[in-house]
Each structure stands twice: as C-alpha cells, then as structure tokens.
Design a protein around this ligand. Structure first.
Ligand SMILES: O=c1ccn([C@H]2C[C@H](O)[C@@H](COP(=O)(O)OP(=O)(O)OP(=O)(O)O)O2)c(=O)[nH]1
Ligand SMILES: [Mg+2]
Length: 163
C-alpha cells in the first residue's frame, strides 16, 4: 500500500511502517518499552522545569509521516501522572496523517505544590498509532432512535453536580 507521498508502506496486520525523521542528534525514534505495548515513548529534547500548575509545549525531536487512514495520539504516561501529577493538557493530542512538523507535547504539572524537573532524553509521553475512519457527514432532519436517546452528561446516575 503506498502512503500519501507514494512511498511504499508495509503492514502485516499487526505492524505498520511509519516514516520518522530524527531532528536532533542523540534523540531516539519513538520506541515501545515492551512487546505488545500500545504506546511508543516520546522523549523531551530539552530540560524542563514545571512549577505547580504550569504548562509547557515540549519538543520531542521527531517528525513522522503516517500513512493515509492513520493518526497518532499523544497520551500521558501513567507513572509520571501518578507520581508527579504530570499530564498532557490536550490528551490525547492528535497527530494528523498529513502533519510533517515536529511532534510536541503540551505538558501540565497538575501538582499544587511540587515542581516537576525533566531532563533532555526523559520519556515524557507515549504515541499511540491507530487507524481512523474518515466520516462523511450526511445531513438528516431526524436521527434513528436509540436506547440512550438524548441522555448524557450523567443521565445514567451516580454523579451529582457540584453547586
Ligand atoms: O499534542 C499534539 C497535538 C498536535 N500536534 C501537531 C500535529 C497535528 O497534526 C497538529 C495540529 O493539531 P490539532 O489539530 O490538534 O491543533 P489545532 O489547534 O486544531 O491546529 P490546526 O489548526 O493546525 O489543525 O499539531 C502535536 O505535535 N502534538
Ligand atoms: Mg486541527
């Protein structure tokens, strides 16, 4: 199957080739920590200090070309979230198939007291590559009925709005 720039892309059903440009010597390509992992770790190219509740757009030193029909999603890492309250503001960040710029991570220190210190090369987020459908939005005056109907935002119970 060719990609959007007509380069060959191979997929064996469980892997897909994603072209990657390394923009910074010494910074590795995204990599999976264990076989079977869904997320490939991204690292920071710079030292970062995040004061309590501060956010920063952090470079990762990689640019990719996903095949058409794929997207990549920038997710937080659970260890950093649990230990330091570090998250990704726009989680999951969406990397479009046509994006050729450097992947960046919008990190947020949610901890109210502790500063987070990150060093160049630290793994800060993980990239999940997925197939995505392209929708055709077909206008309709009425929508087919469903069990849920228009209920949402806690309609199934177990949640009380704060006053
Ligand atoms: O966490 C992220 C999210 C996005 N991007 C890059 C890739 C993506 O293809 C592009 C645009 O992202 P998005 O569509 O979420 O942002 P936008 O605010 O809608 O910008 P645009 O108008 O460029 O679409 O920014 C990242 O590097 N990291
Ligand atoms: Mg957009």
């Amino acid at each position: 199957m060719p990609d959007s720039a007509n380069r060959p892309v191979t997929t064996d059903g469980s892997t897909v080739d994603v072209l990657v440009r390394l923009l910074d010597d010494g910074i590795p390509a995204p990599s999976y920590a264990h076989p079977g992992d869904a997320g490939a770790d991204l690292v920071t190219t710079v030292d970062v200090e995040l004061a309590p509740r501060q956010r920063a757009v952090v470079p990762t030193g990689v640019a990719i070309a996903l095949p058409d029909g794929y997207a990549a999603f920038v997710h937080p890492r659970s260890g950093l979230a649990a230990r330091h309250g570090l998250t990704v503001v726009n989680a999951p960040g969406t990397v479009d198939a046509g994006y050729r710029g450097e992947i960046k991570v919008v990190l947020l220190n949610t901890d109210p007291e502790e500063t987070v210190h990150l060093s160049r090369g630290d793994r800060i987020a993980q990239l999940v590559v997925q197939r995505v459908e392209k929708a055709r939005f077909v206008r309709a005056e009425t929508l087919p009925g469903s069990h849920r109907g228009e209920g949402g935002f806690g309609s199934s119970g177990g949640w009380t709005a704060a006053r």
